[in-house]
Design a protein around this ligand. Structure first.
Ligand code: RIB
Ligand code: CA
Length: 347
């Protein structure tokens, strides 16, 4: 990969514990040119998402990026949040210093549309939450899919169990109507610019363990060693000397406790969003397979299900490149190296 090429990004998140890790990964990556961070309701309400984003940016001395508020409710159905998964503020047990900056006066859709029009064909869009803001932006600017260079989405589940209902994944289930608008709108793109979909099928194979947290702490020079254990009393806090490591550890611990409590893989934290961020910066991390993706909206028990037509049975061209394989250890090598160095830099 060209070591000097920067990648202009628009990032839409519902921060969230793993959204936080995605932001850390991007801030730690010199090739990432973050043009704006937009906030959608999902894991927690959109205003809390915005506060979390501002706080992580300031903690990492990355404070000059615009953070814009977007949709506070889905396009049609009522908002459902998941504080039980991500904590009351959406960042687990982490208690970040309150941000001093305000959110932007621009709406999220303005940020996406104006940036895409100003740099046609250059920008990679990354969405790690519900697709509400992107759907609204498309309604205002139907050319948006053609104005972006690429779109990477964390969302959906195909040949794998759902994490929200038996056949649905959280981001899509929060706003399935928005997801359908997006998948339909991006059906016009040529094969080389199809959206890349990071679904649970692969992201649930990328599980951060206490050993990964300890390795990241060491890379940052934080002491004492981060030693998360399922035997710790719930809510144990990190005593790490490095602030980024301490807050990351406190955030991830909540996620690990959740996954163990709900039998979703044990005392681990699935790297849904940071994996999508890593793919946005380097698509070669992912092995993909094209398919026609559509979203079930009328099913009584399946509303929000993402369906992949791998074999062209619907007679419609493929509109997505679905990630079917990756190397989790390469992802963790890059994460520990990059976020560890960022943490060491900002202390
Ligand atoms: O299903 C996982 C996704 O839902 C992740 O983006 C997580 O942050 C939640 O938003
Ligand atoms: Ca998310």
């Amino acid at each position: 990969m060209d070591n000097h090429r920067t990648i202009p990004l628009l990032v839409d998140v519902d921060t969230g514990i793993d959204d936080s890790l995605a932001l850390l990964y991007l801030m730690a990556s010199p090739e990432a040119e973050i043009l704006g961070i937009t906030c959608t309701a999902g894991n927690v309400n959109a205003r809390q998402v915005a506060t979390n984003n501002l706080a992580w940016l300031e903690l990492c001395d990355y404070a000059d990026v615009e953070v814009a508020l977007g949709a506070e409710v889905p396009v049609l159905q009522p908002l459902v949040t998941t504080e039980e998964t991500h904590g009351p503020q959406g960042i687990g047990y982490a208690e970040l210093p309150a941000p001093t900056r305000r959110i932007s006066d621009r709406h999220a859709t303005q940020v996406w549309i104006e940036a895409a029009r100003s740099r046609p064909g250059e920008i990679t869009g990354l969405v790690t939450g519900p697709l509400t803001n992107l759907a609204l932006a498309i309604k205002l600017e139907p050319e948006l899919p053609l104005l972006l260079n690429r779109l990477v989405v964390m969302g959906g589940v195909f040949n794998h169990a759902g994490n929200t209902r038996p056949t649905t994944e959280w981001n899509i289930s929060v706003d399935p109507d928005a997801a359908k608008i997006v998948f339909d709108a991006f059906s016009v793109l040529p094969p080389e610019r199809r959206p890349v979909i990071c679904a649970l099928d692969v992201t649930e194979r990328i599980a951060m363990t206490p050993a990964h947290v300890a390795a990241l702490g060491r890379a940052a020079g934080s002491t004492p060693e981060e030693s998360l254990s399922l035997d710790d009393p719930p809510g144990t806090r990190s005593r790490g000397s490095n602030a980024v490591v301490r807050h990351l550890s406190d955030a991830v611990r909540f996620y690990m406790e959740f996954h163990r409590a709900y039998d979703q893989g044990g005392y681990v934290a699935h790297m849904h969003d940071p994996f999508a961020a890593a793919v946005a910066l380097d698509p070669s991390l992912a092995t993909t397979r094209p398919a026609t993706v559509d979203v079930e909206l009328a099913g009584t028990i399946t509303r929000g299900q993402t369906v992949a037509d791998w074999l062209g049975m619907w007679g419609r061209p493929a509109n997505a490149d679905i990630v079917v394989d990756t190397d989790p250890e390469e992802f963790f090598r890059r994460t520990i190296e990059r976020v560890g160095a960022l943490a060491r830099r900002v202390g």
